[in-house]
Design a protein around this ligand. Structure first.
Ligand code: SF4
Length: 126
């Protein structure tokens, strides 16, 4: 991930409490194939799954959110255990975090460094 100004250690995820799955309201985009995989994983008919857990955003699809105190969490964030309840089939957007296009922009980095303790500035590592 040489284009990014940071490295990421996923070991930090174990006790972070799911900061990338919670917070301000946002979108958790998923492809049709990913949505089908999640529905299969949950053993829910695809049509029912779409009605219950998915919203259309323009021409794309996002998982819906749940309220969590004053914030929001992905509908599949397990608020008791503080982890993803569909981890093995989570969408690419989730698997790619924190290597999102938005974080190529230095302006967005302070917030990322604040929120994700697995992220370390490259220049701190050298
Ligand atoms: S699908 Fe899982 S990893 Fe992705 S935002 Fe939802 S709870 Fe987090």
């Amino acid at each position: 991930m040489k284009d990014f100004a940071f490295d990421f250690d996923s070991k930090a995820c174990a006790d972070c409490g799911g900061k990338c799955c919670t917070g301000e309201s946002g979108y958790i985009f998923a492809s049709i194939k990913e949505l089908e995989e999640i529905a299969d994983f949950l053993k829910i008919p695809f049509e029912d799954f779409l009605l219950r857990y998915v919203k259309k955003v323009g021409y794309r699809f996002s998982l819906i959110e749940q309220k969590m105190g004053t914030e929001y969490a992905c509908i599949f964030f397990d608020t008791q255990n503080k982890n993803c309840s569909i981890y093995d089939v989570r969408p690419k957007q989730c698997r790619d975090f924190p290597f999102w296009k938005a974080y190529l922009d230095p302006q967005n980095l302070p917030q990322l460094f604040k929120e994700c303790k697995g992220v370390k500035r490259r220049d701190d590592l050298e």
